[in-house]
Ligand binder design. Structure first.
Ligand code: HEC
Length: 268
């Protein structure tokens, strides 16, 4: 069900519709005012609290918490972890993003079935727990600056693959990610399309997820963001935590170097 629009959005629609292209500044200002009003209260806090609880809760067939989960900075270290993900992990032999790494920990520590969770639709069952955990973990690094490692050969390969995927055109409209996110000052509906090939575009786009989405009242992790953009691109849906979605994040994350994380953000 669609939520009723906040008052600010109605004002915005009323004032933005008759604007001509030349008056873009006014519409941009209205959007900024709308966004500022959104910042008043971010429901992401509820998901943060849930995620924090899940981290220390004994769960799964093994009845163990995630407190020994290694997110790249050593077992149990949460602060700063998201600022260096995706990165290479020796134990799995893979470059992993936050959500795929959570699946690894949920399986190895708690005995949950990572494949089954990956195949669960967004917004259901354990997927909701992954999102809440990712939201809390991201919040622990809010304000920190992105600094993805690029020392391991697999990390450099992941960047190159991600870059190629970002510019790969195909599908019924011959779109690539770059068609919508490769230039400055693009916008669809009320949403700016950050130029994700550089900073600050990635500092705005990549560095904001997980984010609470006002338009549908849902908390989305980066995997769901990627998934929905594959849809926008009219590509088949990618697998949850697939190497392709991770590689794109390596590309965006490396481009974000030095940007401050604002996750969990609140978005249209
Ligand atoms: C047809 C246009 C289109 C294509 C192609 C597209 N996106 Fe998007 N993207 C959007 C729109 C529109 C949004 C804003 C989300 C919304 O409001 O629905 C968005 C949002 C995003 C964001 C979040 C930006 C922010 O401000 O937080 C990221 C990151 C992103 N896209 C990445 C990608 C990647 C990676 C690809 C290629 C796999 C891609 N997009 C392909 C239209 C597109």
């Amino acid at each position: 069900m669609r939520k009723s629009l906040p008052f600010a959005a109605l004002v915005l629609i009323g004032s933005a519709t008759p604007l001509a292209w030349g008056q873009k500044d006014a519409s941009v200002q209205s959007i900024e005012a709308y966004r500022a009003m959104l910042q008043d209260g971010n429901p992401a806090e509820l998901f943060e609290a849930k995620g924090e609880g899940l981290w220390s809760q004994k769960r799964g067939p093994k009845n163990v918490s995630l407190e020994k989960c290694d997110l790249g900075k050593g077992p149990g270290v949460v602060k700063g972890a998201i600022l260096e993900l995706p990165r290479f992990f020796e134990d799995t032999g893979r470059v992993q993003d936050l959500e795929s790494r959570l699946l690894t920990c949920m399986e190895t520590l708690q005995g949950l079935d990572a494949k089954a969770i990956a195949e669960t639709p967004f917004g259901r069952g354990e997927q909701n727990n992954v999102t809440a955990l990712a939201t809390w973990i991201a919040a622990e690094s809010k304000g920190g600056r992105f600094n993805l490692p690029q020392t391991h050969p697999q990390e450099r390969i992941s960047f190159e693959v991600g870059k190629r995927l970002f510019f790969l055109r195909g599908g019924p409209h011959d779109f690539s990610c770059a068609s919508c996110h490769g230039e400055d000052n693009k916008r669809i509906r009320l949403q700016d399309l950050p130029n994700l090939t550089k900073n600050p575009g990635d500092g705005v786009g990549f560095a904001a997820w997980p984010a609470y989405r006002v338009s549908n009242g849902q908390m989305w992790g980066m995997q769901q963001r990627m998934n929905d953009c594959f849809r926008q691109q009219r590509f088949p849906y990618p697998g949850f935590a697939s190497d392709a979605t991770i590689a794109i994040q390596t590309f965006l994350g490396v481009n974000s170097k030095g940007s401050a994380s604002v996750a969990p953000a609140i978005k249209r």
